[in-house]
Design a protein around this ligand. Sequence first.
Ligand SMILES: [Zn+2]
Length: 388
Amino acid sequence: MAASKVLTGARVVLPTGIVDGGRVIVDGTRIADTGTGAGTGTAPADAETYDVSGHWLVPGFVDLHNHGGGGASFSGSADDVLTAVRTHRAHGTTTLVASTVTDDMDVLTRQAGLLSELAEQGEIAGVHFEGPFISPCRKGAHSEALLRHPDPAEVRKLLDAARGHAKMVTLATELPGGLDSVRLLAEHGVIAAVGHTDATYEQTVEAIDTGATVATHLFNAMPALGHRAPGPIAALLEDERVTVELINDGVHLHPAALELAFHHAGAARVAFITDAMDAAGSGDGRYLLGPLEVEVTDGVARLVEGDSIAGSTLTLDRAFKRAVTVDGLPVQDVVAALSANPARLLGLDDRIGSLEAGKDADLVLLDEEFTLKGVLRRGAWVVGPHLG
Ligand SMILES: [Zn+2]
């Protein structure tokens, strides 16, 4: 059992606003109290005390869409999965949904079984199937030969293989069987995400009306916004039932596109994701993304054949820093996009996503330049705290 901890003097981002000289008291794995003042409040006398003046304390990050990191992928062995989880955890992601890529149904169902065990052990928050039910026109870094039309019976197979831990399926809802698959997912409480799609505006509206609630990396792997053919982007941005994923790495999106989405959807409907592949938290070189070869140069991942961007090498601490220091977004909005919104989408907002008494003690400590200095997960230090 982790010891009690008191963190004082920080600029704390609470659901009610930003508090200067704030305090967070951790009891075991949970947050016992938050407030202001330098005192130790209701903490036990033997609590470890940390003066974190000059730092920010924000909720742990929640990544809805992530394929791997640290040289390992969520399509690999249990050890690979743990390597990737620990890599991202060290960058502040205290909750993570493991994403698969398009592969044979047999491979995917087997991997779903492996990932569901790690979900049961509390290492990951569940599984996101990206493909194989996506459009060959917008396949990105997915293997074209393995793509298939959405078939509710096959979607059902994936859900069964994940034993209740499937959280999201990305699909091209305009394909035959697409809307029936969305309906099935919605009935099972699994997020139907519109993505890798060639849908029109009207087809996307229909998908949302049928139950789709997430846009998989808005802008990427879908038709561009046109004035006479507004496509999926306009439909996904305008509908209040939809949360839009954005990859804020400075590669996948022009800052103006990010700003447009953020301002149009509003801070409550954006989720920053990494869409990371193995090279995140690792380095340049040759990697695999599912069955496809990827070359990473200067942190940008591209397919060896075809040159398509193949996921990112982003970690969410970098997404945070960029959102504040480059995009100029308010810290409170960035916290919503990195923690509260994805937690709510996953139905985990009673336990995570904000700094509130009773929730898991998942905290990220950042310095004044928004560089990560510590990560507390379930009340235990994963990184740091590096103070000084
Ligand atoms: Zn992805």
